[in-house]
Ligand binder design. Structure first.
Ligand code: PMP
Length: 382
């Protein structure tokens, strides 16, 4: 878009990002008007003693992995572009899920996987469906890609209501229906037959975000593998950021039909997945036992936190993830959040998110961090 005059003539008027001009020179071009109401998705990065706001693993990856990764680095030809197909990583992921490598697409975090799906299937004139409250980025990335968002609601207990799903997908005919199981930020997981029913109702793709999949007993990968007519419209998105303890690596992937993988490859930039990351991800998959031990530790701690919270004036919901959603019943949530921060404990303030008035979310941390949280919470609620 032209700058200067064009920006000044923008129907969005003054105050738009980039509308200003200094002196006689042209100003910056105006940002796409449809982005103006979007604020970025940011979780506070504050320096605190106990950081329980972004659902990361409290434990690092195993030292054996780090050693293997460090020695593999010396074998990489850093002067060459990486394997564009990420052949070995995709093969290892395919083996771990019992699917073909053609059914795997990898990107820089599962957010980039979601963005690729939306670039390939969304866009102007197309719409997606989702059910609030759910992961904020489904809505956010859809809007960035110019895709219309149709939001349905959940039951009072934050589970899917199939009548509501039928209504929303029937009315809007979305190209993608997003599910999230276990759902962030509620922690609720959907039974497999419930997700299968959604695929039967929805006209397009059903993308099941399983960022916290290993904490739950079931996975929609079973639907992809089933070979039933619904299998090619089911897409499961996973990440190395949570259970694999590799949030700093930025690696996520999808399991779906080869056609969906090809569609994502059409929109992703060439060589998007660097060589070091491909090796790191492949090596991580060798340490499944350690990953499962971390998941077991987190689940145990989650039970301990939930039991302690039952004695406090907060409402909670059963979680099948590494976090717990809670609603203080006697004191305003933002006040509780602020008091916790005063005690150097950072949790997520979800109180402004759709359907979550008065709610906060705490990530399960190390036992000593959880103790700090519980002590600070009970003090904050006094
Ligand atoms: N999906 C869900 C449900 C999440 O909670 C998150 C992380 N907050 C992501 C996807 C994004 O994870 P990644 O680090 O792989 O981009």
């Amino acid at each position: 878009m032209a700058s200067g005059g064009a920006a000044g003539a923008s129907p969005t008027g003054a105050g738009s990002i980039g509308t200003g001009s200094i002196g006689d020179g042209p100003g910056l071009p105006v940002v796409r008007p449809d982005l103006e109401t979007l604020s970025g998705y940011h979780s506070a990065q504050v320096d605190v003693d106990v950081r329980l706001n972004t659902n990361e693993s409290p434990l690092p990856p195993p030292p054996e992995w780090l050693e293997a990764f460090q020695s593999a680095l010396s074998g990489i030809d850093f002067n060459r572009y990486p394997d564009r197909e990420a052949t070995e990583l995709r093969q290892a992921l395919a083996d771990s899920h019992g699917v073909l490598p053609e059914q795997i697409f990898c990107a820089n975090g599962s957010n980039e996987v979601l963005q690729s799906l939306l670039l390939a299937y969304g866009g102007p004139g197309r719409s997606v469906a989702l059910f609030e409250p759910t992961y904020t980025l489904h809505r956010h990335i859809a809007r960035i890609t110019g895709t219309e968002v149709n939001a349905g609601s959940r039951t009072d207990d934050f589970l899917l209501d199939l009548d509501e799903v039928k209504r929303v997908v029937g009315t809007h005919q979305p190209v993608i229906t997003f599910l999230c199981s276990p759902n962030n930020p509620t922690g609720r997981a959907e039974p497999l037959d419930q997700m299968a029913s959604v695929v039967d109702m929805a006209p397009g793709l059903v993308v099941v975000d399983e960022a916290y999949g290993q904490f739950a007993g079931t996975s929609a990968v079973d639907l992809v593998r089933s070979g039933a007519s619904r299998s090619d419209r089911t897409v499961v998105v996973r990440t190395f950021s949570k259970t694999w303890s590799l949030a700093g690596l930025r690696l996520g992937y999808l399991v779906g039909s080869p056609e969906v993988v090809q569609a994502c490859e059409m929109v992703i930039l060439p060589y998007h997945l660097d060589a070091a990351k491909q090796v790191a991800g492949r090596l991580a998959l060798r340490y499944v036992d350690q990953m499962e031990a971390r998941v077991a530790m987190v689940k145990e701690e989650r039970g301990r936190i939930a039991a302690a919270m039952a004695d406090l004036p907060v409402e909670t919901w059963p979680s099948e993830a590494n976090f717990i959603l809670f609603r203080p019943t006697t004191i305003d949530a933002v006040e509780v959040w602020t008091r916790l921060l005063g005690a150097s404990v950072l949790v997520r303030d979800c109180s402004g998110w759709p359907g979550l008035a008065g709610c906060l979310r705490v990530t399960v941390g190390l036992p000593e961090e959880n103790d700090r949280f519980l002590a600070a919470l009970s003090e904050s609620l006094r």
